[in-house]
Design a protein around this ligand. Structure first.
Ligand SMILES: *Cc1c(COP(=O)(O)O)cnc(C)c1O
Length: 408
């Protein structure tokens, strides 16, 4: 594989023209879109329209002119990316809070059961919020954070809910959405999926997999901006039954009747608690435009081609240097690649200094995200060249790269 071959692959890439929508530094290779996606032209346009027209001119009239419906309207735009239908997705809060709503609500649907299962390798925020919501459930609930490979042994008729992150944030391993959901249903439990590292990166079909609940981030592969609102999905079977455990006036059937008793609005609106953050929603709305110019299948095939290329080049040019933590098997690989190395922290810092932005995940993982909307094959080639430079020069040993910053 030569650089010229990569240039040729870019020339025939059907997604190539989408890169021009994003603001990217041409001297830098951005492999961290799995943590924070870049800004696009449509985001700027949409945010500016809110600032200059809707807010500046409309002022408070904006609420009557469409702002109230933004959480469900934008939810409907995300729905096709996860295989959901109209009216099944809403955008609100951030992911941890939406997980709290879904876990709290789900426990009510299985009142005779006492166990919630999750993954010991899960993202820490998921574990914190699940633990706390279950502790306040009003009945004894045991949360078991298990080795997910032992799920079969842990499933039984006392399990109310299983919460798993579909793509492991460290390793990039993708779980079997449909197979696991089915196993969970077979014991009468409910399934909640965290799509933080899946939405916008891999094709998802919540309808086909019969998923009960799901939630994901707006700021990772969806490129909705730092702290963008998150989205949540509820299967139609549970709509109208699933209670929002954090109710607020915006989820009321008649918010402007100022009634003293909460009565949930119909549909996904019931999961909105507070006044929606309209500027943040506008950024997310703009970010979704680019997804209408492609399909998740096109994104997926380029994603696999990019990660294959990266793995092959690293293997070829730095044999035995890193341990590949991400599965080789396409069926189990999402859109980021994790390379373990004892000097991982210094390596990531040295790479950032050389214009390859990835990130470090303790204890030893160098994580590289491959977002097909704006990355080129040649970026992968050049990134690996810079990794080779850092490893052969041992520049990662420079003391300036050893001091841990608060954000990695
Ligand atoms: C990024 C991420 C989150 C982040 O949650 P926020 O509440 O939006 O900050 C949660 N769970 C997983 C698995 C993540 O990767």
């Amino acid at each position: 594989m030569t650089r010229a071959t990569c240039v040729a692959l870019d020339a025939s890439d059907e997604l190539a023209e989408l890169r021009a929508e994003f603001t990217l530094d041409e001297n830098e290779i951005y492999l961290d879109g799995n943590s924070l996606g870049p800004v696009s032209t449509a985001v700027r346009a949409r945010v500016n329209a809110v600032l200059d027209d809707e807010w500046a001119r409309g002022l408070v009239r904006g609420w009557g002119a469409g702002w109230m419906a933004e959480p469900t309207r934008i939810g409907d735009r995300i729905a096709p990316l996860i295989g959901a239908r109209h009216g099944e997705v809403v955008v609100a809060d951030t992911l941890t809070l939406l997980l709290a709503k879904l876990v709290g609500g789900a426990l009510d649907l299985r009142p005779d059961r006492h166990v919630v299962l999750t993954d010991v390798a899960n993202f820490h925020s998921d574990l914190y919020i699940i633990e706390e919501v279950c502790a306040r459930a009003g009945r004894p609930i045991t949360v078991r954070a298990i080795d997910r490979d032992r799920l079969d042994d842990e499933l039984n008729d006392d399990v109310a809910l299983v919460e798993l992150t579909h793509v492991d944030f460290r390793t990039g391993e993708m779980l079997d959405l449909k197979g696991i959901t089915k196993k969970v249903h077979d014991v009468g439990a409910l399934m909640l999926w965290d799509f933080a590292h899946s939405a916008g990166a891999v094709p998802l079909d919540v309808t086909d997999a019969q998923v009960d609940f799901a939630a994901g981030c707006g700021y990772k592969y969806l490129n909705g901006g730092p702290g963008a609102p998150a989205f949540m999905y509820v299967h139609p079977q549970w709509q109208g039954t699933l209670r929002n455990p954090l109710p607020g006036w915006l989820g009321h059937a008649r918010p402007f009747d100022f009634e003293l008793t909460y009565e949930p609005a119909a549909g996904m609106q019931a999961f909105v608690t507070s006044t929606p953050s309209i500027i943040a929603l506008a950024a997310l709305d703009g970010a979704l435009d680019v997804f209408e110019r492609t399909t998740m299948d096109q994104i997926r095939s380029k994603s696999l081609a990019l990660t294959d290329l990266f793995i092959e080049l690293v293997d070829d040019r730095l044999p035995g240097v890193f341990k590949l933590v991400t599965p080789h098997d396409h069926g189990r690989r999402a859109s980021h690649v994790a390379l373990a190395h004892p000097e991982g922290y210094g390596i990531v810092r040295a790479l950032i200094a050389r214009g390859v932005v990835g990130d470090f995940r303790a204890p030893d993982i160098c994580r590289f995200g491959f977002a097909p909307l704006y990355l080129r094959y040649v970026d992968v080639f050049d990134a690996v060249q810079r990794i080779v430079d850092v490893m052969t020069s041992e520049s990662y040993r420079d003391p300036q790269f050893a001091v841990r910053s608060a954000v990695t």
